[in-house]
Design a protein around this ligand. Sequence first.
Ligand SMILES: [Fe+2]
Length: 210
Amino acid sequence: MSKESLHDVYVDTLKDLYSAERQIIAALPKLAEAAESDELRAGFEKHLDETHLQVQRLEQIIEGLGKSPRGKKCKGMEGLIEEGKHILEEMTTPSAGRDAALIAAAQRVEHYEIATYGSARTFADQLGEKAAAKLLQQTLEEEAAANEKLTSIAENGVNREAAAGDEGRVRGEGGHIGRMRGEGAREGMRVHRTGTRSAARGNRQPPRSR
Ligand SMILES: [Fe+2]
């Protein structure tokens, strides 16, 4: 790939991130409002503040290249946010279960961002854009931290409460199907924990491609 075309891919990726971040800024207040857990609401609000800063970094980088950050819509993020909206449409009552679903949706968003910032940082490295690479790395680390925070909120309270809700239903129903439902919730929790932890570990030291 010629350096010129790598530069084009780099600019395109930055514009994609800019669009993604602006969509997240529009969506996060709704997630914060919907969160039942105070810790989760505070987490969404903190990440909203961080996201404003991340948008400024992208503007600085893109405008430094003599380009406009606007003019591209990140379809991937549009889809992920759409999925988050569906949760709120389908689960209309605030609950620990709905919080668990919101956390899972937010973690999909974080992973998408982590992947894309990792690529952008690598392109910046390869193109010798040292200042930009540093800014992108900074954002990448914030996204990884946000993802880990969501994991810890899920592990320390929300998922456990959601699973306890299932246990309550199990006791109420008393039957085999009810019992299976409780087991399913616990199994889901285990998978969730393993997946997010190993991903967060991987993201803590994103591969550098020098
Ligand atoms: Fe972000």
